[in-house]
Write a new protein. Sequence first.
Length: 202
Amino acid sequence: MLAVACATLVTLVAVVVSTRNGGERDPTSTSKSAPLPELPSLVRASARYPEYRSLRHLALSSSSVVRGTVTRLTRSYREVPQGFSFSGVPRRLRGIVGVVKTDAIVRVERALKGRLAGTIRVSHLGGRIRGTRIILEGEPISRPGRTYVFFVRKLAGSRYGIVGGAQGRYEVRRGRLTLVSDDYESSPVPETLGGMRLATFE
C-alpha cells in the first residue's frame, strides 16, 4: 500500500526533473542555482489492499473496531517507508519524496472490539503538502464533525491505521452504515455492511 503511493510521488518527481532539465542537465546536481522543480497542484494516486471475504475476517485483522466522531484533522506530513531506496532521486528533491498522510483525531464513542477510549489518531493516506494536494482514489479523508465506524490496527507511536482502505471505514448516517467509496460496493464486506442499521451492527 505505502509503496504504491510512494512510487507515484517518486515517478512524479522524476518526470518533473526530466522536463525541467530538457534531458541535458544531470538531475543529481546539487548546484544552488538549480531551482526546485514545481510540482502540480493535484496528484491522484491509488493503493492496493487484500479483499476481505467476510466481516469476521476483517474484524480478526483489526486490533480494534470503534465508532467515533472526527473532531479535527492534523496538518499533513510525509512518511518514508522503511527500506525505501532513494537511489536515482536527486539529492535536492529527497525532502519532498514520501507517502503523504493526514491524521484524523477521533473521539471514541463506543469500542466494538478492544478497549480504546477517549481520543485516538487515525491515519489516512493523502493530504496537502508543499502546495500539492494528494488524493487517494476511493479513499476520501474522513471529515470533521462526522461519525464513522473504523476497523483499525495499531501503528507506530500513538497512531492507528484503517484496515483494508475503504473496506474498513463506514460513515454513520441516520443510524445506518454507509460506504465512503463506491469502489468497494461489490466487495463482500462492504456489500454486507452498506446500508446496515447501526443498531443491528453493534
